[in-house]
Design a protein around this ligand. Structure first.
Ligand SMILES: [Zn+2]
Length: 282
């Protein structure tokens, strides 16, 4: 499943091909994504200039003067750039956005499981940040307002485990299941800790760990940027070298203790019972 780093790498890969370009055509082959793709999308976008490609959480925001195209990769989606116009390579190539008058480039959305989204938000409906999909998102992990005090305040009165509070995305976005386990390991915090027991010191460690883990993941993904051009629809998801995620029964890379897997809210959590408990302060 694409997480924030995949979406950010997608944004960086696509931006040079789309920013400042006018949409020549939109081809909708299958509108049945998580919500139906607007049937009139082609007429809404044709001839309009893409001003910027931005990201909010796991949403890509294609900014036009008259509105914003909101896209989400769902469980299995990917965008690829084709230089020139190519026929669909497979049955999951649902949408093409063609830009560039002299040198056409095709942005192709492939989504086998069709949990992704492509929605239009006209400027006259107000700021896209107030769209129901975006309005309740937590802070961006690289927003300077995401600091220890923000985490401390956001966890008061919450008895759920810190791992689940992180996943809820209302304190900070982009910490999906993999990065929650990895961040808590780096911060030496037990994922089962009740959120309201987060000390200020733990909050400092968590903020630093979240930023470090996401930065590394984006850097790992950055090496795949060339794969976004002319690729054959491979998902291209990537991962940093995990300390704990997916490493059940393997020795901790730091202390050699056996990594444990537990289930919290139906999601797997991996942690080191030594590094992440009181006895094992790093
Ligand atoms: Zn350990």
């Amino acid at each position: 499943m694409p997480e924030l780093p995949e979406v950010e790498v997608t944004r960086r890969a696509l931006a040079p091909f789309v920013e400042g370009e006018r949409v020549q055509a939109v081809v909708l082959r299958d509108r049945r994504l998580r919500w139906p793709v607007p049937a009139r999308l082609a007429s809404v976008l044709k001839g309009q200039r893409i001003e910027r490609l931005e990201r909010r959480g796991k949403y890509l925001l294609w900014r036009f003067a008259h509105g914003t195209l909101i896209s989400h990769l769902g469980m299995s989606g990917s965008w690829r750039v084709h230089l020139g116009i190519a026929p669909p390579a497979g049955m999951h190539d649902h949408v093409d956005i063609i830009v560039g008058e002299r040198e056409p480039r095709m942005l192709r959305l492939t989504d086998p499981r069709r949990f992704g989204a492509l929605l239009w938000h006209p400027s006259r409906s107000g700021d896209v940040e107030r769209h129901p999909l975006l309005s309740r998102l937590g802070l961006e992990p690289f927003d300077p307002r995401f600091d220890a005090e923000h985490v401390y305040r956001g966890t008061r009165g919450r008895r759920a485990a810190i791992k689940q509070v992180l996943l809820s995305g209302d304190i900070v976005v982009g910490v999906g299941n993999i990065y929650a386990s990895e961040s808590l390991f780096r911060a030496a915090i037990d994922p089962r800790l009740a959120a309201h027991r987060m000390s200020r010191e733990r909050c400092v460690r968590l903020v630093n760990a979240v930023r470090a883990v996401l930065t590394e993941a984006i850097e790992v993904g950055g090496s795949t940027i060339r794969d976004f051009v002319g690729a054959d629809g491979t998902e291209g998801y990537f991962m940093l070298e995990a300390f704990v995620y997916g490493r059940e029964a393997h020795p901790c890379r730091v202390c050699k203790t056996t990594i444990r897997r537990i289930v919290q809210g139906q999601r797997a959590t991996y942690f080191c019972p030594r590094c992440q408990t009181k006895g094992g302060q790093r």
